[in-house]
Design a protein around this ligand. Structure first.
Ligand SMILES: [Cu+2]
Length: 196
């Protein structure tokens, strides 16, 4: 009895809000967030803006491998790839390859992920940036299709399937790890030498 007029008022208010939202076209439905979301409502997600060409994975029996390809950003703002996962590998990192103090090329994780500028591209290639597979779940053989999930800084994600192929060059970049120089000081490193 006493509650009767109240719901009716709520209905009218809600209807007004809906009408206002409808006029605001692409604005977010919750009115309190409209002012916080200026232009992003019409921009592409990172996942939508990124095109991936010629993706491939290096075939490997165990241990480490890497995935490569061309990342192209067709959007109007930078795309940041922050993480990659796959059932094919226990751990996956985004690596860059740099020259260390002694002139050797070593790879290291890029904590910021891969940033592809608006309208630009980034090539992942042996001896350069790459998606590092650390701890293969099973051998990856040439011809296998490897599935990845890519996650971006805006929270969007996408699947990527890349064929595996044999690649014998630049092995030293993948066989060596950050602790390699310490092993060799002892003179009896019995692993990780196949690339040299
Ligand atoms: Cu690496």
């Amino acid at each position: 009895m006493k509650s009767f007029p109240i719901p009716r008022l709520l209905v009218v208010t809600a209807a007004s809000v809906l009408l206002l939202s409808g006029c605001a076209a692409t604005a977010a439905p919750a009115s309190e967030t409209v002012e916080d979301a200026p232009t992003n409502t019409v921009a592409l997600t990172h996942s939508e803006a990124l095109h991936i060409e010629d993706a491939w994975v290096k075939a490997a029996d165990d241990g480490m491998s890497a995935a490569f390809g061309m990342l192209e950003n067709s959007g109007t703002e930078p795309v940041t790839l922050v993480s990659v996962t796959s059932a094919a590998s226990e751990r996956i990192e985004l690596h860059e390859t740099v020259e260390n103090d002694s002139g050797a090329m070593v790879m290291q994780e890029l904590p910021t992920g891969f940033v592809i500028p608006a309208g630009g591209s980034m090539e992942l290639k042996p001896g350069g940036n790459h998606i590092m597979l650390m701890g293969l779940a099973a051998p990856i053989q040439a011809g296998d299709e490897v599935n990845f999930t890519l996650t971006f800084a805006d929270g969007s994600s996408r699947e990527l399937t890349a064929p595996a192929k044999d690649y014998s060059g630049a092995n030293e970049h993948y066989e060596g790890d950050m602790d390699h120089s310490e092993h060799t000081e002892h003179g009896h490193d019995d692993h990780a030498e196949s690339g040299n």
